[in-house]
Design a protein around this ligand. Structure first.
Ligand SMILES: Nc1nc2c(ncn2[C@@H]2O[C@H](COP(=O)(O)OP(=O)(O)O)[C@@H](O)[C@H]2O)c(=O)[nH]1
Ligand SMILES: [Mg+2]
Length: 321
């Protein structure tokens, strides 16, 4: 075994045991955007598979405008979940355009549910987003592919303003849209199209009183308007990440709807994110070359996995490389 391969194998062993340091090292490798780094990711996935670490997590997406309380809420939900279920393991991936804090300090500062510092069952990572207005970073999907093999639940927090809703819908098994009450009967402005995506809505900051009550009714009305005739209207949870109100209801909803991408859904997801990767890295010309190589589905099939397909993809030559 080469040094690099031995290195990956021992990181994988540590990560499966949920040891923080090897896990962080492995995540760092999955975040490496360089096309040269994909071989290492492919080796790590192969080592995980060899140890039986197959994708097993439910991926829950939390999206919504900045400031609605997503980070506070998700930190609180994760901590409550591991307190409530002694066997549960939870990873939180926060894609935050504004955050420069380390994941640890976000949880440490904000979470009122306390757990031992070295708690292995909870892992928190924040990533910058690529675009100024939010959305996923290019390291988001690779890291989810890693974390979903190590944890029972992966929470993904994204700032939702348009395009990212579509991405979170592709990525997550269940999507929550987090909103906050505004004055009067207003709720935050939501672009047309966004209301249709979530499986459930969370009206957070309900500790603010009467405004929250009026916002709740306005939100229900706008859901009915945006999604007429739906046989089962999506639930709207009223929460306060500060007081803890309503958080157990969200956890119950998660548990009740616990689903994991099956093989077919995972292939589709790989295909979507492989095309996205090619487009982001190499543009339209890259996509044309992908078609010449038989298309995303074909390449994934031949290579035997997402990372291997990235490694096998023959990119257009870059005159600046
Ligand atoms: N009153 C109140 N404030 C909250 C609640 N949840 C979050 N906040 C505050 O709202 C601000 C934004 O929270 P943050 O979690 O960073 O929002 P994000 O941008 O959606 O991730 C912070 O000052 C939080 O303390 C809540 O339920 N009630
Ligand atoms: Mg946040």
């Amino acid at each position: 075994m080469s040094d690099a391969a031995g290195d990956i194998a021992s990181l994988v062993a540590g990560a499966i045991a949920l040891e923080k340091w090897p896990l962080a090292q492995l995540v760092r490798r999955f975040e490496d955007p360089r096309p040269e780094a994909v071989a290492e990711k492919a080796a790590a996935i192969a080592a995980l598979e060899a140890r039986g670490a197959r994708p097993r997590a439910m991926v829950a997406g939390f999206t919504g405008t900045p400031g609605s309380g997503k980070s506070t809420l998700v930190g609180e939900l994760a901590a409550r979940l591991i307190a409530r279920d002694p066997a549960a393991t939870v990873a939180v991936l926060a894609i935050d355009p504004s955050s420069h804090r380390s994941g640890g300090s976000i949880l440490g500062d904000r979470t009122r549910v306390h757990f031992p510092i070295g708690e292995r069952r909870l892992y928190f990572r924040s990533q910058p987003s690529d675009r100024e207005l939010g959305g996923m970073g290019r390291a988001t999907y690779p890291v989810v592919r890693l974390l979903e093999r190590l944890f029972d639940i992966v929470f993904v927090e994204t700032v939702g303003i348009g395009q990212s809703e579509i991405e979170i819908e592709r990525l997550a098994d269940r999507v929550y849209l987090v909103l906050q009450p505004l004055g009067g009967d207003q709720i935050q402005f939501m672009k047309a199209g966004i209301m249709e995506v979530p499986h459930a809505f969370i009206l957070n900051k309900c500790d603010v009183g009467a405004a929250a009550r009026r916002s709740y009714h306005a939100l229900r009305a706008s859901i009915d308007f945006a999604r007429p005739g739906e046989p089962a209207p999506p639930p709207v949870f009223r929460t306060s990440a500060i007081s803890g109100e309503g958080l157990d209801d969200v956890l119950d909803d998660l548990v009740e709807h616990r689903t994991v991408h099956d093989e077919a859904a995972r292939s589709q997801r790989d295909r979507y994110f492989l095309e996205k990767w090619v487009r982001d890295e190499y543009g339209r010309f890259g996509l044309t070359l992908l078609e010449r190589q038989g298309g995303a589905a074909n390449l994934l099939e031949r290579a035997g996995g997402f990372e291997a397909a990235q490694a096998a993809y023959r990119a257009p030559c870059d005159p600046f490389a």
